[in-house]
Ligand binder design. Structure first.
Ligand code: G1P
Ligand code: ZN
Length: 544
């Protein structure tokens, strides 16, 4: 193959965020932009000659174009094999599994997750290492450093690869294998859950199901697993055809964006179980007839009941949650006497704990849950986990949740997002909060007395690395918390996230609406950060 060294000009904005490099498609379409970043990744890695790279994405606009470019750069840089999902598709958890299963050197996942897609929307690229998980910070920092200095990239002049035909092609020293994106993942799910019981429960009509694939990657996965293997009716799936622009929607599984699902789950003839996943298939939203399960509660309930699932029958070695996730899972861990780790936001922080066997289950308040079966959060896995619980316990989703609250108490929780805030205003809010922190401890606000006010810093217990400035926390004597942080995945301005929680032990008060129950803390949060005052906005863009 003819390889050319092409001269390029460095960009100064290729710093990966919480989950890879995410920018507008138009940014990625600038000359050399994608090429520079991919070459910067390869330049920062060592000893991959003749090794295998996994490649796939969530199918959003620019996915196919990007894959053809990456194939040429990977070929020129000496990879021995590329394993690519048919059509250029792989859900993020499936990509993680395939890296692990085929012992690949690493993988490139093309996705901007739950962000909208299309020519004027978002694209993203993320490198995952050989354990199947997102590259840790020391890698992403190296990619960025390299991208600032890069002046050439390597490019192989080969024909575009047919991404649609499954099979193997050889181009000189490079083997290109196009695989079915679903089969390996479906097999993995079958090895974790009780598919026989699930099939019985679904085909007998005990469980009626509604799954919203949000016109994103999980459509084909849900068709194969829920319909073909478990016997759900095809009508149980909505928005199951992946579209390049997700039908113009945010493929983000929450009550605001999955509104058809939400409407049907709260209607009088709602199915027993409803769920949705996001653009790249790693997030999940769980609902039952007349109930929405917050992701923080979902994690806690999964941890409390994991022994009922075949793969976790021996119990959990430990659990972890991201810092802003509610403390509900901590209560389960304490009662089961297993460790509970608190990590910064972002899945990459769970990787070391999973690899070291310190945890089996982990999750985030942002609709992400996962286990040691892969090194990404996993949407359909969480859906199957819940279905398996409903089938074993023979209880409705609502009963499972209420029983859990009765036993452990309820951590009432909400998150308010202010999106696309002008960056200088957002930065000023953070500076203002930082200045406020030392003055807060022991101050009394109604029934709330500040116990601590700090900025979260994390020391990885496996490799000792330290990640500082991971969110501002204000904790109260009664266990309530307010957390502030700026999003690391947005592409326009800055997104301020405010996380609020309060513990309620009294079962008689468990049925309250979260926004009402947290009203006082919500007011306090505004008093501290002044986001409404400083932006002139009257309410958050998204409340979950
Ligand atoms: C968001 C979520 C975070 C999640 C990430 C990737 O990041 O808050 O929990 O890991 O997306 O899905 P953020 O935009 O808050 O940096
Ligand atoms: Zn995602």
């Amino acid at each position: 193959m003819q390889i050319e060294t092409i001269t390029t000009t460095a960009y100064n904005d290729q710093n990966p965020g919480t989950s890879g490099l995410r920018k507008k498609v138009k940014v990625f379409q600038q000359p050399g932009y994608l090429e520079n970043f991919v070459q910067s990744i390869f330049d920062s890695l060592e000893d991959y000659t003749d090794k295998t790279l996994v490649l796939g994405g969530d199918g959003r606009y620019f996915n196919r174009v990007a894959i053809q470019i990456i194939i040429k750069i990977a070929a020129a840089n000496g990879f021995g094999e590329l394993i690519i999902g048919q059509g250029g598709l792989l859900s993020t958890p499936a990509a993680s599994h395939i890296i692990r299963k085929y012992q690949a050197f690493g993988g490139l996942i093309l996705s901007a997750s739950h962000n909208p897609g299309g020519p004027d929307e978002d694209f993203g690229i993320k490198y995952n290492v050989s354990n199947g998980g997102p590259a840790p910070e020391k890698y992403t920092a190296a990619f960025y450093q390299r991208s600032l200095a890069i002046d050439t990239y390597e490019y192989a002049h080969i024909a575009d690869v047919d991404l649609d035909s499954i099979g193997t092609q050889q181009i000189d020293n490079l083997k290109i294998t196009i695989i079915d994106p679903v089969s390996d993942y479906a097999e993995l799910m079958q090895s974790i859950f009780d598919f026989k019981l699930l099939k019985q429960s679904i085909s007998s009509g005990y469980i009626t199901l509604l799954f919203d694939a949000m016109s994103a990657i999980t459509g084909p996965y849900a068709k194969r697993i829920l319909v073909d293997m478990l016997g759900a009716s095809p009508e149980s799936l909505i928005n199951a055809e992946p579209l390049e622009d997700f039908g113009g929607h945010h493929p983000d599984p929450n009550l605001a964006h999955a509104h058809e699902l939400a409407e049907r789950m709260f209607s009088p003839d709602a199915p027993t179980f409803g769920a949705a996943s996001d653009g790249d298939g790693d997030r999940n939203m769980i609902t039952g007839s007349q109930i929405f399960v917050t992701p923080s509660d979902s994690l806690a309930i999964m941890a409390a009941n994991a022994h009922l699932i075949p793969a976790y029958a021996q119990g959990l070695s430990g659990v972890a949650r991201s810092m802003p996730t509610s403390q509900a899972v901590d209560r389960v861990a304490a009662s089961y006497n297993i460790p509970c780790y608190e990590t910064p936001t972002g899945w990459k922080f769970f990787g070391n704990l999973l690899d070291a066997g310190k945890i089996t289950l982990c999750g985030e308040e942002s609709f992400g849950t996962g286990s040691n079966h892969v090194r990404e959060k996993d949407g359909l896995w969480a859906v199957l986990f819940w279905l398996n619980l409903v089938a074993v316990k023979r209880q409705s989703v609502a009963d499972i949740v209420h029983e859990h609250w009765q036993k452990f108490g309820r951590d009432i929780y909400c998150r308010h997002d202010y999106e696309a805030v002008e960056t200088p205003i957002a930065n000023a809010i953070v500076t203002h909060l930082r200045d406020l922190l030392p003055t807060l401890p022991c101050q009394v606000f109604g029934e709330y007395i500040v116990k601590y006010a700090d900025e979260f810093s994390y020391e990885d217990s496996v490799d000792g690395s330290i990640s500082s400035q991971q969110g501002i926390r204000i904790g109260f004597e009664n266990g309530s918390r307010i957390v502030f942080r700026l999003s690391g995945t947005g592409t326009v301005g800055a997104t301020l996230r405010i996380y609020i929680e309060r513990f309620e032990s009294d079962a008689a008060r468990h049925q309250q609406d979260a926004q009402v129950a947290l009203a006082e803390l919500i007011d306090l949060a505004e008093q501290f950060c002044e986001v409404k005052k400083r932006t002139g906005r009257t309410e958050p863009d998204v409340m979950t």
